[in-house]
Design a binder for this molecule. Structure first.
Ligand code: NAI
Ligand code: 15L
Length: 273
């Protein structure tokens, strides 16, 4: 005889960046994992729905971030500036904000963080390279540099305090690829949720750097060093191939957005070589 139970694996998960593009997707899709989903953002999140708590706060506000972390079991850190911008706002949201988050995680004894890192930590590798998690950073923008900071900071909190983090270097997570580059970087919402499930429930993750990408035909990233998470992409950009036939207009072969993995992010300044 099986006993029916309503209990969910986590008591309280915290999602930062909950008003953003991915946050709005995850708002519904994380609920099966947790009794309470605490949602946070600088922007308005509307009223709390069933099983939700809302905390509107600026990640750059250390005491507000500390209060937001009370009673949390694990964090999905998606908040911050998600594109290239001036250094000052990136510094406040992504650098100061991520530091504030880890200080709060440490003080509140949270055991695991999933950090929404980015492919732009390695965007100055070439589109002919196959990049793995142990290769040096080659950020393509100040935004990418801020994500490198988050990866290094999370490694520090693991080595010093044993706080586990999965840094998920997300490719392009949108309903569908928006340009030919995204045929390589596409990460479907279903695969995003599956990779988060793996990152939350793997028994031990230590400090893991994983690539967030679907099972697309062409690959720039070797994710084998995150094999212990058990993530297998089920979707593929292949089904969108008709959107970008070989005859479709695309940047020239010698265009920087063709040469470098980061695509348009490499155009945020001059390129040395
Ligand atoms: P988004 O820009 O739509 O959402 C980010 C959210 O963070 C926004 O709702 C914004 O209000 C909030 N935020 C910004 N500054 C804040 C602050 N100082 N305090 C509190 N909240 C703040 O971005 P999206 O696409 O949802 O991405 C979510 C995360 O995933 C970001 O960290 C982004 O860097 C990362 N990512 C996303 C990718 C994608 O393809 N969507 C690719 C790679 C990384
Ligand atoms: C990112 O890091 C951005 O947050 C997202 O908006 C996309 O631009 C994505 O990378 C990408 O590389 O397509």
């Amino acid at each position: 005889m099986t006993t029916q139970t309503n209990s969910k694996p986590f008591k309280r998960l915290l999602l930062t960046g909950a008003a953003g593009g991915l946050g709005r997707v995850l708002r519904e899709r994380l609920k099966p994992f947790t009794e309470v989903l605490r949602l946070s953002d600088l922007s308005d999140l509307g009223p709390a729905r069933e099983g939700e708590e809302i905390v509107q706060c600026d990640l750059a506000d250390k005491s507000a971030v500390m209060a937001m972390m009370e009673g949390v079991d694990a964090v999905l850190h998606f908040g911050g500036i998600s594109v290239e911008a001036a250094f000052e706002p990136i510094m406040l949201a992504n650098i100061q904000g991520t530091y504030n988050l880890y200080e709060a995680v440490h003080k509140c004894n949270v055991q695991r963080v999933i950090f929404a890192s980015s492919n732009h930590t390695v965007g100055f590798y070439r589109t002919t390279d196959l990049v793995d998690a142990d290769m040096p950073f080659r950020a393509d923008s100040m935004y990418g540099v801020s994500k490198c900071f988050g990866e290094v900071l999370s490694r520090y909190y693991y080595d010093r305090f044993g706080i586990e983090t999965v840094c998920l270097r997300i490719g392009s997570s949108f309903p569908e690829p928006l340009n030919p580059r995204m045929m390589v970087t596409y990460f479907s919402y279903d695969d995003l949720v599956e990779s988060l499930r793996c990152a939350l429930f793997a028994p031990r993750v230590g400090h893991t750097i994983a690539f967030g990408v679907s099972n697309n035909p062409k690959k720039w990233w070797d994710d084998s060093k995150a094999g212990h998470l058990g993530y297998q992409g089920k979707d593929s950009s292949e089904k969108f191939a008709d959107k970008f036939p070989p005859t479709a207009e695309r940047p020239a072969k010698d265009d920087p957005t063709t040469i470098f993995q980061g695509g348009p992010f490499v155009l945020s300044g001059p390129i040395y070589k």
